[in-house]
Design a protein around this ligand. Sequence first.
Ligand SMILES: Nc1ncnc2c1ncn2[C@@H]1O[C@H](COP(=O)(O)OP(=O)(O)OP(=O)(O)O)[C@@H](O)[C@H]1O
Length: 694
Amino acid sequence: MNNNYNDTLFHRPNIRGCQDMIFDAVTHHHVQQIYSNIDKQGLTEKLEAQIARSWERCVQSYRIDPEAPRKPLIIEHAELTDHRERIDELLGDFAKEEMAQLYQRIVGSGYSVILTNSDGIIVNYVGDPTLTEYFNRSGLLPGAIWTEEKEGTNGIGTCLYEKSPVIVCREEHFRTSHTILTCSAAPIFDAQGDLLAVLDVSSTSAQDSRESHRHTAALVNISARQIENFGFIRQCQHHWILHFHPKSYYIGHVTEGLLAIDEAGHVIAANQNAVHYFNKNRTEFIGKNISELFTTSLTLLMTYTNRQPNGLQLVYDAQHGHPYHTQLQFPKRRSVPSTSIQRIPTTQMPLCMTLEALAGKDPSMAFNVRYAQKVMNKNIPILLQGETGTGKEALAKAIHEASQRRHKSFVALNCAAIPESLIESELFGYKHGAFTGARREGMRGKILQSHGGTLFLDEIGDMPLTLQTRLLRVLEEKEVLPLGSEVPIAIDLTVVSATHHNLPRLIAEGAFREDLYYRLNGITLTLPSLRERTDIDSLIHCALAAENTENEAIEIEAEAFELLASYNWPGNIRQLRNVIRTALALQTGNLVTRHDLPPEITCRPLLSLRTSLIDVADMSNTVPHSSITTPAVSRVQPPSTTDIPDLDSAEKNVILQTLEHHRWNITNTAVSLKMSRNTLYRKMKKHAIALSSL
Ligand SMILES: Nc1ncnc2c1ncn2[C@@H]1O[C@H](COP(=O)(O)OP(=O)(O)OP(=O)(O)O)[C@@H](O)[C@H]1O
């Protein structure tokens, strides 16, 4: 670090102009301020605590030279588009509208309004068009990175670090090149309390002082809270949302408390105001039932809201008895996801496929889920082992959705499904012009897309050895170098990988790197095959709910359910899902019957049948598995020898059932039974099955 700046600045030959001299003197004073503060020499004016802490970090942790010339760091356009999409997904258009309104309030004062994501990347910018050039030169433009590590003390970066509002006025910036700026920034948190974005207002006016910026800072703070509340409602729109405030007229206002509540009445998310009102750590009330926090219950709130949709209900805080006015907002119906990112928000995931529900009643799945819950927030890589179609990807998604990374992307790469030559660019991405045929704007690889979230490497056993080496380096160094680029990009992600191969055997054969295996295998969870599972009933319920995409009021005959449940499934869950998907497509009159099931399932003796109907639509709402109302099932026992029909009548039965299944269409029946039409006619004649019997 530059500790002998006195000598370098003041003993230079006087060959430059007066302006340069003044600039040097100002710079010298600024640098002197910084170092005397760090050295605690007491030479400086009183410094805000946030600024003092940040200067110390800049010197001691980031080792930045305040005088070093610096060009703004700008990310590629494709990457910026990705970051924008992610922010839009969580905040919608409201952030842009609020920024435009904030800008209107301060227009004419030479300010620009800036939104960054949690990585300090400017994703949106509104400013006076005549000053754009000026701000661009200062590096305040879309795609620029303004973390403290890169730019030293500054509104955005310091706010990201401090997670609280900051003002950074002119010489309080660490880098001398930024001392023309005055910035007010406020953090925006997501529904889980994680930092999501920073809203910042910056100016380049020499008249600005910390005092004159206080009013702007207050406006920025209010807008940040507005965006946060709107984002909360958007992120939790499929749950019950309780708005509350001690004063009735503040319901809907920026200071209201917001709680998202699940169907059982448990609090699953809270905004910053709610944390403030409860005056507790978030973890102390998330997961509690609403009736433990207020003198009410979800049922009471719902009943009241049904009677008076816009009415406010007065309740009391269960601990201190403080009065609160409340308004309950009903969950919004689910809609199809609008983004191309392979991220499955909890709200779109069938409830029976959440991590908790996947534990089900099968002991090995319950074991897997328990272990996943223990390690998922500790950056421990998880390796999922199991036959194909056993639900490895479903488990990986459920882990992501239950983890603290759920608001970031879940990105899957099937290493076996793409040609070896493409895996590299798919995984690491490339810079524009990296190779012939590359997209002009470059491409962000899966690793960068999953930054902050989860990277799911499916069929990892099929990854070529050369790429295993590169992947290992990325995971060890936590940096990725896109093809054609010389600048590594820092990444923060958790890896879940899956394979049906026996990796130790591949290692012994020299086809898999041992060091990568240990890097990926923080913990191995082995999924049971379908034939080993003891929770087939639950799997059928879940598959019916998940495949009933129209969410229609469809019922399944108990006999059909029994046939499905008692079938000795040779394949995997995917086969079960296919059978159910076809049955739902074939059914008529919103009733699934045995005729909608394939012959290999129906052409078996069945001893006990249930007579009731099961409502398929209900299944999508009745989860977890333990709460699915399974009708009194008399599980099919192995038939006694007297029950076993002779071969001839078994063949007749199969033919009759297949004919029925295909509505007596001879061609389709013959195809299904894998015999020619002639053979089918012959066999029908033998068993006296006449078409006239229709
Ligand atoms: N508990 C479950 N209930 C219902 N459906 C499930 C369940 N688990 C997985 N599935 C479904 O089974 C199918 C196969 O699951 P998935 O793709 O996760 O398996 P996989 O082991 O990753 O397969 P592969 O090895 O072929 O990649 C998917 O349609 C998935 O939605």
